[in-house]
Design a binder for this molecule. Sequence first.
Ligand SMILES: C[S@@+](CC[C@H](N)C(=O)[O-])C[C@H]1O[C@@H](n2cnc3c(N)ncnc32)[C@H](O)[C@@H]1O
Length: 335
Amino acid sequence: MKTSMSDVRSASPSRPGSPARFERVDPATLAPDQLRALRTLRDLIRLAVSRFEHAGLSYGHGTDNAYDEAAWMLSWALHLPVDQLEPHLDARLCDAERDSLVALIERRCRERVPAAYLLGEAWLRGQRFLSDARALVPRSLIGEALDGALDDWLDQPPGTVLDLCTGGGSLAILAAHRWPAADVIGADLSAEALALATENVALHGVGERVALVRGDLFDPVGGRRFDLILCNPPYVNQASIDALPPEFRAEPPGALAGGADGMDLIRRLLDAAPAHLTPEGGLLLEIGHEAAFFEQAFDDLEFAYVPVAAGDDQLVWVTRAVLVERQRRKGAEAR
Ligand SMILES: C[S@@+](CC[C@H](N)C(=O)[O-])C[C@H]1O[C@@H](n2cnc3c(N)ncnc32)[C@H](O)[C@@H]1O
């Protein structure tokens, strides 16, 4: 008689007389002398994956799975290039190296903070940025659009760029690299984030073209207008905020929470942006997984989605002309 998987599953709960369920290894309880049997980088990456899976970690700050997270963290600790690990995987580690890797693996599981905060750095579009709890870990989808997709929407390279909500400065810096003749301003409400951005601007040697200013929304730029505004604002709706895993709660709360529908700051941004864009200018806005809330909140807006690898409806492009027309319509309706 054939046995199907559903037969196996239905037979597995412990009935009187049925065998006790097999207990898997608990990698959190392995003693130091047991861990000494692990000798190579391959061994330690394998341990990290077992440990991360067992601890139920969350990813999304540069990697999206346990193996990539382990390879990134452990190669960083050993000063090895993460994209060339193969020749080193079976080289043996000395005791001090192994103990250090085990300690790093344990911290990631115990503290549940993004790996970038433990390592002090994050990578976006092949560029290294300093990263710590003063600002969101750099991962904006706008970085990918700057590398190509945005060109379809720009008539010419922007001469002036505002990175609104700049956080640790990654997008302002990527824009400065992308358009070497552009003047770039990074603005943010958080003094802590701007302190980190200042360090990143120095790291990238773009201090002559990237200025950092502090204040609410457009306040710190006065009456200035820009050819291009980039903005990765706090846009996460409250229900999603309430369900965030610890790694995301370790980031500054003001960097993620966008109010009940995630659109609090974006409402103010779209109203104020026309006064800060040049006639041919436009705004590239990240909304992540909030397309449904965005379309509901701005059903009167003619915008375009800019597709990126993560999805077709996570970046919004809107021109000044469209924003001005929307303002005119709103004004007319109000009269
Ligand atoms: C999602 S983070 C983006 C950080 C950075 N641009 C990036 O992509 O990694 C949002 C940023 O908006 C800033 N912010 C929140 N409210 C603001 C406001 N009213 N005016 C200016 N910046 C604000 C936060 O301090 C935070 O750094």
